[in-house]
Write a protein that binds this ligand. Structure first.
Ligand code: EPU
Length: 427
């Protein structure tokens, strides 16, 4: 298993380019299941979850070409013949977003068999809202042997009110509704930019969707969807991670190729912390500050402060003067990184859904363990300001969602290298 070795203390200076959004690329790839024609996706990030999705679609009979060389961020997906509309436990257990294929498979093939996701390091990952929604569209659903088995001759449009806001739930139902018979009204929808990006792609494929990005989405079902070409939006969480890195290391960083409109909650919070940012239409420049002030954060659905930035913000809070209270409202168990930061000298107390961070503390390099994707990113951030060397184990988590993070960080002055496991010598 690879590890990162990071020596802290360098300010990050220069320009870093942001990749396409993993959480927009995953539903876009699933959307290709809805048509027999090729779907061309640009700005696909080179991360492990994309490779997992390629395997998932290939196992169903889809042809997925992931580009290389100059075309490395382009993918052409053709799902002409879907021989096996099934998502196996082997793939779903490594990537819960695999359940995004449920709606499209059901709509296109009239049946689907998808493994239940169970839980993961950040808590339970139920899909009851996906299932209830598909049942409202007329699907027959059984759960057996850890799998969801769904069937429907043709889905029928309906009114669906999500009891709770769910990002992939909204995306799954949105995809299913495009091929349903008649009108579908989805209420209490997620408003994340990734939902809007998916709706843009689906509309290019011939779907009739209005209202994506608001709480109510209206879909008029069509008989067939066609192929399309689409550019994935920039990754707002990767951009935000680098912005926090620039702020934290007292650097001067130009984070380019991002969409500042998607970063409102973070940029506002950084002002409270005392960090100055300037932005153009596709870049944010952040300048560090030695006198960070504590500010509380509550994670919420978009446009609120993202749960996917809670861990990275915690690294920043350890360097701010005063006490920051960080409340996690989306997932039940997303504070594993706090314990690891504690090993580096941070003062963090967990009280249920709240973490109380007392700054400012001198962090010192230590051996730490990454527990999930965003937790790994937060440990990288903490390591960038820690005294001495930090070794982060299980960085395969970070490879799921950050493209070449060590190269990007090295390019702006960080001391970071990847090491593989050293195997004992054979006798
Ligand atoms: N929920 C239910 N029932 C459901 C679905 C969700 O109770 O059927 C609950 C969840 O347990 C959670 C809340 O609703 O408490 C929100 O979960 P949501 O469904 O919105 O999460 P998700 O769609 O599984 C996506 C992102 C996550 C991100 C969350 C929240 C993708 C592929 N994943 O997950 O991204 O944290 O939305 O914004 O889009 C990451 O990238 O590191 C990551 C975990």
């Amino acid at each position: 298993m690879d590890k990162f070795v990071i020596r802290g203390g360098n300010p990050l200076l220069g320009t870093v380019r942001i990749s396409g959004a993993k959480n927009a690329a995953l539903p876009a790839m699933a959307a290709a299941l809805l048509t027999e024609e090729p779907v061309i996706l640009e700005n696909i990030p080179q991360v492990r979850d994309i490779e997992t999705t390629r395997k998932l679609l290939a196992a169903m009979g889809g042809e997925v070409e992931l580009g290389y060389g100059r075309a490395q961020h382009r993918s052409t997906i053709c799902c002409r013949d879907l021989t096996s509309p099934e998502a196996s436990y082997e793939l779903v257990k490594t990537m819960r977003a695999s359940t995004l294929v449920l709606g499209p498979l059901l709509a296109r093939c009239g049946r689907a068999r998808v493994s239940l996701p169970g839980g993961c390091a950040i808590g339970a990952r139920p899909i009851d809202l996906h299932i209830k929604g598909l049942e409202r569209l007329g699907a027959n659903i059984n759960q057996e042997h850890g799998y969801v088995e769904a069937s429907a001759k043709r889905l029928k449009g309906a009114e669906i009110v999500f009891e709770k806001i769910t990002v992939t739930g909204t995306e799954d139902l949105l995809m299913a509704a495009t091929l349903a018979d008649g009108e579908t009204l989805l209420q209490n929808c997620a408003r994340e930019p990734e939902v809007v990006d998916l709706a843009d792609l689906l509309n290019k494929m011939g779907a009739k969707i209005e209202g994506a990005g608001t709480t109510t989405i209206h879909v008029t079902g069509v008989e067939k969807l066609r192929g399309a070409k689409h550019r994935i939006i920039p990754d707002r969480i990767e951009a935000a991670t680098f912005i926090i890195a620039g702020a934290l290391t007292d650097g001067d960083l130009n984070v380019c190729g991002c969409d500042p409109n998607h970063l409102g909650a973070l940029l506002e919070k950084l002002q409270d912390v005392g960090i100055k940012t300037k932005h153009t239409s596709d870049a944010v420049r952040v300048e560090g500050n030695q006198n960070l002030k504590a500010a509380d954060v509550i994670t919420e659905e978009y446009p609120g402060f993202p749960t996917d930035l809670q861990a990275q913000y915690m690294a920043l809070a350890t360097q701010a003067e005063g006490t920051s209270i960080i409340t996690e409202n989306i997932f039940e168990n997303r504070f594993m990184h706090a314990l690891e930061m504690g090993r580096m000298g941070a003062h963090i107390k967990i009280e249920g859904h709240r973490a109380v961070v007392r700054g400012r503390t001198l962090l010192s390099g230590a051996a730490v363990l990454a527990s999930d994707l965003r937790a790994s990113a937060s440990l990288v951030l903490a390591a960038l300001v820690a005294e001495g060397e930090t070794i982060i184990d299980r960085v395969y988590h970070i490879d799921r969602g950050y493209e070449n993070i060590e190269e990007k960080l090295r390019g702006v002055g960080a001391q970071i290298r990847r090491i593989g496991e050293i195997l004992p010598k054979k006798k």
